[in-house]
Design a protein around this ligand. Structure first.
Ligand code: PMT
Length: 399
């Protein structure tokens, strides 16, 4: 008989971050968890029960007496859950929990819980750091309730401070750890290149491209959530490092090559999502080139080839390593990408069409996954969704 599927009851309370509960639900589901949602009535002002019903395929609990067939829904919910995760949790709900108040479905369920409770608070920094909230948190901690520490940063009210809901991946990872669920990438070391490289012309100018790093960073977040040890070798980007991921920052293609070469021998999988500049100015001027004085140098910048990092690592790879490259194409996407599969000695190439508003910097993408034996097309979807499918196929290549 297979292992019993775990059930997480996600409690959603009335905070601006309530919409992030959707991503938390998805993250848990991706790990094979059954998710049920209970909302406070006030939370329904921020997000509808229908959204969670559609995501989970389960009834969403709000009122104590909404289901005439079940007069004690809080007891049933509490008994079938392996974990109650309240995210986001307002200071008001936290105060009720600390004092044993059970005046709605969520707080009544919490009081009836036998399985552990994990809370991811979210609030304005003053509400969060208020001694009352701190005392409530300490009380709950002393009773065995665990917390996912809030993040610091921009808050919905415009203030900057401590109180932002923790990173979704961090919340999901903590919940999975509490359930004892080991991700399917546990024990694997994944190397990912991400972002653009910049190739200096002089101290103030450089050649680069439009890569934002989102693709590589989202792949990294998904892999870390699935238990992998992840190293990103990243060009300059404005995206935040995912929780628990090691990031090596570089600027140029040659720096990226050196950093990759150092990590590559110890990795099991490598995904090359970076948009590496193929060419660099042969000579980097040591002063700002000036109009009038340096016209010749400015109008005739000589270029040299950068190392092809993917091809180099593809050639060097051991039999037990899997190497996946990307192909950014503006035309004949699949045929051009297929050529790169052999030219770069990759096990799989992920082809995408690039252009204005296409692939670079976008939240979603359409891709073709090309291997020696076939190809699979994935229609436009969020890069977060694509990441898990790409990782699934990459793992298949290890078998
Ligand atoms: O970062 P985002 O804004 O999310 O955008 C994502 C993306 C468009 C950058 C990504 O989806 C993508 O296509 N990345 C690869 C971009 C690219 O450089 O493609 P290419 O066809 O030129 O290169 C083919 C492969 O060789 C790539 O895996 C690339 O990382 C690698 N390469 C290329 C040149 C070089 N000198 N060294 C390399 O390793």
């Amino acid at each position: 008989m297979g292992k019993k599927q775990k059930t997480v009851l996600v409690g959603v309370t009335a905070g601006i971050a309530a919409y992030k509960a959707c991503e938390i639900v998805r993250g848990l589901q991706k790990a094979g968890v059954r998710v049920k949602v209970v909302m406070t009535k006030n939370a329904t002002h921020f997000i509808t029960p229908l959204t969670f019903q559609a995501l989970t395929g389960e009834d969403v609990g709000v009122g104590m007496f909404d289901d005439p067939a079940d007069p004690i829904p809080h007891i049933h919910l509490a008994h079938e859950a392996d974990l109650l995760l309240i995210a986001p949790c307002t200071m008001n709900v936290m105060a009720k929990l600390a004092n044993g108040i059970a005046d709605d479905l969520l707080t009544s369920t919490a009081l009836a819980m036998i399985a552990p409770i994990l809370i991811a608070p979210a609030a304005n920094e003053y509400m969060y750091s208020n001694p009352a909230s701190m005392r409530n948190m300490a009380t709950l901690t002393s009773r065995g309730v665990e917390f996912v520490e809030v993040d610091e940063g921009y808050l919905a009210c415009g203030d900057v401070g401590k109180g932002r809901l923790a990173d979704v991946d961090r919340i999901v990872a903590r919940a999975l750890a509490k359930l004892g669920i080991i991700g399917d990438m546990k024990g694997l070391h994944l190397l990912i290149t991400a972002g653009p490289t910049i190739e200096p012309i002089d101290p103030v100018r450089y050649i680069t491209n439009f890569s934002s790093g989102k693709t590589g960073y989202m792949l990294a977040a998904a892999a870390a959530r699935r238990g992998a040890e992840v190293t990103i070798v990243s060009g300059p980007v404005a995206v935040d490092a995912p929780e628990g991921v090691n990031v090596v920052h570089v600027r140029t293609a040659r720096e990226m090559r050196d950093a990759v070469a150092e990590v590559f021998p110890s990795c099991d999988l490598a995904i090359f999502a970076a948009a590496v500049a193929d060419l660099r100015p042969t000579d980097e001027a040591d002063h700002k080139l000036k109009k009038g004085l340096d016209d010749v140098a400015l109008s005739t910048i000589k270029l040299s080839q950068n190392p092809d990092i993917l091809a180099e690592m593809g050639r060097a790879k051991r039999g037990d390593q899997v190497v996946v490259g990307f192909a950014a194409e503006t035309n004949d996407v699949v045929p051009n990408a297929r050529k790169k599969l052999s030219a770069k000695h990759a096990d799989m190439i992920i082809a995408n069409e690039v252009g204005p508003e296409k692939a670079f910097g976008t939240e979603g993408n359409e891709i073709w996954m090309i291997t020696a034996t076939g190809e699979e097309h994935l229609p436009y979807m969020l890069k977060t969704e694509l990441s898990d499918i790409v990782l699934d196929r990459t793992l298949d290549l290890m078998k």
